[in-house]
Ligand binder design. Structure first.
Ligand code: 4AD
Ligand code: MG
Length: 430
């Protein structure tokens, strides 16, 4: 019976055939241990000289790393394997012999691995990370569909900048100037006015000159937008969503978390509600923690975010930032117009901001004033203003960065390992 490693438990005691690659191998005089992978998982194949023909035994012993095979054997229980099963091999059919696979089981430097990303993806660790990424994607769709959100796809080629004009990728759109989207938000606001509760999930592009463990040039963002919704109500959706993601990974990716040596007890504590602290309080906290230079009105850097996050055992919302360091569309606090109704959600353990969100300005005159302050002119913003002209309502939304969330939940140090082919400041290859 032809099967895959993830379904092997259904064939205990039976003979199966798997299409696989050789990940690693050990052999002695009478036995060869083949570490096999098929894309769904990893399993050990045991080839005993006594059980197979001399030809098959020699083939097993000479098999090179990443050669592809059809391998046949009997599934037997093995309590030492994380999978719980191994394969007692009876036959091997070589499909293709790999010669000198560059990524050997020894240690390699990061740049070498990044240059071979197309092959590095085959490793057990990368497999575990991509499984967790996939689970987070699936859980995202589950959560928002259950909550009654409509999935809407904003355009990727746009004429408007949502998050400032300094980090745009420019491109020609026939005779016009266009950009690659840095956020779908403005379009999602239009969608919220049409469909109430909406979410998008797509790639975004930022020509950021940042070379840190948290920054990608191309990353994926989930952007919900909700009509008739206050800032507070949005925070409650955010904490429920993030808790749901963690719960879903704990439930469905136990083996992967084990492979990544992730501390699951830390993740089990991630349950809504999350603490909310104001920007003002965050400044006080930072001063107490020895950041004596920080002044009210300044934005936080990575060390500040980490110091604040270390104070809590689950993600923390920092709310009500000064309006001058946030985007033009954020709604001022009616009682304190120098701050806006916004929040950044900071993940624990130094992973930084995973969500940015806010209530949006819904008043036409105020939005017009912001346009003037930010020098936003032209057709690109005309339609956005019109959303405030025809039945404007209080609304709020947020954006969660997929890769930072995957890095945090997986316990992976750098976002470059959380996307199949990372685009970084100095990297477009492979
Ligand atoms: O805080 P940001 O810039 O917010 C927005 O774009 C809003 N328009 C979202 C909205 O309200 N609809 O980005 C949102 C999130 C960040 O919290 C972070 O997780 C991620 O996107 N992010 C990045 N991830 C990887 N690399 C980068 N260069 C990122 N920039 C932002
Ligand atoms: Mg932000």
């Amino acid at each position: 019976m032809k099967t895959t490693i993830n379904h092997i438990d259904k064939y205990n005691g039976k003979e199966v055939t798997i299409g696989a690659w050789l990940a690693n191998k050990r052999s002695s005089g009478k036995i060869a241990f083949l570490q096999l992978r098929d894309g769904t998982g990893f399993i050990q194949g045991v080839v005993a000289k006594a059980d197979v023909t001399e030809e098959i035994f020699q083939l097993a012993k000479s098999l090179t790393q990443e050669s592809s095979v059809y391998i046949t054997g009997t599934v037997v229980e093995d309590s030492r394997s994380p999978l719980g099963f191994e394969l007692q091999v009876s036959n091997i059919e070589l499909i293709h012999e790999a010669v000198d696979f560059p990524i050997t089981p020894k240690e390699h430097g990061t740049e070498f691995l990044m240059d071979h990303r197309h092959l590095w993806l085959r490793s057990k660790k990368q497999h575990a990370i991509m499984k967790i990424r996939n689970q987070i994607i699936q859980a995202t769709y589950e959560f928002f569909q259950k909550e009654g959100f409509l999935k809407i796809d904003p355009p990727i080629l746009t004429g408007s900048a949502a998050e400032g004009t300094t980090e745009l990728f420019h491109t020609k759109y026939f005779d016009e100037e266009a950009y690659l989207s840095q956020s779908g938000q403005l379009y999602m606001e239009a969608a919220a006015m049409a469909f109430g509760k909406v979410f998008s999930f797509g790639p975004t592009f930022r020509a950021e000159k940042s070379k840190t463990r948290r920054h990608l040039i191309e990353f994926w963002m989930i952007e919900p937008e909700m009509a008739f919704t206050t800032h507070e109500e949005s925070l409650s959706i955010q904490e429920n969503y993030v808790s749901y993601l963690v719960e879903s990974v704990l439930e469905n990716c136990d083996l992967e978390l084990t492979i990544l040596e992730r501390d699951k007890d830390i993740l089990r504590k991630i349950k809504a509600p999350f603490e909310r602290i104001s920007y003002d309080k965050a400044i006080d906290l930072l001063k107490e923690k020895g950041f004596t230079d920080i002044e009210w009105g300044e934005d936080f850097g990575a060390p500040h975010e980490t110091a604040i996050a270390d104070h809590f055992d689950r993600p923390v919302f920092i709310t009500h930032y000064p309006k001058d360091i946030k985007a033009f569309y954020m709604k001022p606090d009616p009682n304190r117009p120098e701050v806006v109704e916004c929040a950044d959600l900071i993940a624990p353990e130094g992973y930084g901001e995973i969500i940015g969100g806010s209530a949006r300005i819904d008043d036409l005159n105020l939005m017009q004033k912001r346009y003037e302050e930010h020098a936003l002119t032209g057709d690109a913003y005309k339609w956005y203003l019109e959303l405030r002209k025809y039945g404007s309502v209080p609304h709020a939304g947020f954006g969660l960065g997929l890769e930072r969330t995957v890095a945090w939940i997986s316990g992976v140090e750098h976002v470059r390992e959380t996307i199949p082919f990372p685009r970084l400041l100095n990297r477009l290859y492979p």
